[in-house]
Ligand binder design. Structure first.
Ligand SMILES: Cc1ncc(COP(=O)(O)O)c(C=O)c1O
Length: 419
């Protein structure tokens, strides 16, 4: 099923609500999420891994709108966070501290103290220095820190270089080569300020082939079992996120094969598993609505200049990512190729290049598809453009999650010195 589809008259709908109606009422640029689609993706992921006792922590980095987190929390999700800010978001959205996992290579002392004070369920340490920092802060606070080690099992995930995290050449995790990770696990076990929580791995994002997962998970299991044979408690194996989505067809991800793989590797091994899916829960359940400002015929190219830009959706500029771009209503057949570009003063500011597009005019509206993950969360106010607002349609009701920021609010954050 696809949360975004056309009715018989060619109108693009989110579930059964016309996107044009939402754009008429709330304007553009605007992110629109399908709450039903997000809920269904989460429950289908959770049931695929349920036979192996999995705790599913939604990776907030993919979409951290409070409304999205709160919806997922209601359906049993915990949170995978990477900053003190995301911790505040998870708590504000109603996620219990025990259901929060803190990932990331560079947690500040303030963030570690914040996490320990809140009593979160697991901190994933990625270096000996970080372990020392967690230990000393736990000691100062008089608490015992639940720490898992994120390991680097040197697996090529077969995805875009900028979202690959599984190889030794990246900054992530502690090497499992030699005994580095194993020795560090012994060290944390012997530390009275730390309670060993297990091992974690995350090899990258938008992974569409199961082979790299299998390689990484088998390496993690080997390490977990060998540590157990040395008498170490290893309660949890955290398998990270990374399951890819279909950016071409926009269809919901089928988690059956992933669930079967995880069951085949981990069934009856006695580990509690953790999962951190982000993209696969939200990507195809969100679109970015935008309106055509001008159509400009270049020397040998048509430019469709729209009111959304790289400050709203950075993925095409940052990763050369592909998003389908579709008119909200049937505007007739394609008349040729066009670049769909924003108003930001950068040649790299485009949402799509060389796309077959109908005869678009000023005021026509388009949807940038599959924009629910790594979209609004990466927005900036570059060119002093207030980032797009966000709404969620849930059971037919349109809920505003975040208003578009105003230029006034951007200026209010600043001050001019007394020269
Ligand atoms: C540690 C960790 N967990 C989970 C995720 C979520 O990955 P994805 O959105 O591909 O599922 C990421 C994203 O890169 C991550 O760094």
């Amino acid at each position: 099923m696809c949360a975004f589809h056309r009715d018989a008259n060619g109108h693009l709908l989110v579930d059964s609500t016309p996107l044009a109606e939402i754009a008429d009422k709330l304007g553009t640029p605007l992110y629109v999420y399908s709450g039903n689609g997000i809920r269904d993706a989460f429950t289908s992921f959770a049931s695929a891994v349920a036979p192996v006792a999995g705790n599913v922590h939604f990776a907030l980095k993919a979409n951290s709108a409070l409304g999205v987190i709160a919806l997922l929390a209601r359906h049993g999700a915990g949170a995978d966070i990477v900053s003190g800010g995301e911790l505040d978001r998870a708590l504000a959205a109603g996620i219990a501290p025990a259901d929060i996992v803190f990932s990331g290579v560079g947690k500040s002392r303030t963030e570690i103290a914040q996490a320990l004070t809140a009593g979160i369920g697991q901190i994933n340490a990625e270096s000996p220095a970080e372990l020392d920092s967690i230990s000393s802060i736990a000691n100062e606070l008089g608490v015992v820190a639940p720490v898992a080690l994120r390991v680097n099992v040197d697996v090529e995930p077969g995805t875009h270089a900028k979202i690959s995290t599984g190889q030794r050449s990246t900054k992530f995790g502690i090497s499992t080569d030699q005994r580095e990770a194993a020795d560090l696990y012994h060290r944390l076990h012997d530390d009275p300020n730390i309670a060993p929580a297990g091992l974690a791995v995350h090899i990258g994002s938008q992974i569409q082939n199961l082979a790299p997962f299998e390689k990484a998970y088998c390496a993690l299991l080997d390490l977990g079992q060998s540590l157990r044979s040395e008498g170490m408690p290893v309660p949890t194996l955290d398998l990270g996120g990374g399951v890819g989505v279909d950016y071409d067809g926009g269809t919901a991800t089928d988690f059956t094969d992933y669930g079967a793989l995880v069951q085949r590797i981990f069934k009856n091994t006695g580990f509690t598993l953790g999962f951190e899916p982000g993209r696969a829960i939200v990507a195809n359940n969100g679109v970015l609505l935008t309106e055509v400002i001008f159509v400009k015929q270049g020397d040998n190219k048509r430019f469709i200049i729209v009111d959304a830009a790289m400050n709203d959706l950075l993925r095409p500029t940052l990763y050369e990512a592909h998003h389908n771009i579709e008119p909200l209503s049937n505007l007739g057949p394609a008349i040729g190729l066009a670049d769909i570009v924003g108003p930001v003063c950068e040649t790299g500011d485009y949402l799509g290049r060389e796309r077959q597009m109908p005869n678009l005019q000023t005021g026509d509206r388009l949807a940038v598809m599959s924009a629910g993950a790594y979209g609004a969360v990466m927005a900036s106010s570059y060119n002093t453009r207030p980032p797009a607002g966000e709404v969620m349609v849930l059971d037919g009701k349109v809920n505003v999650l975040r208003q578009q920021r105003s230029v006034k609010s951007l200026l209010d954050e600043e001050s001019i010195p007394n020269f």
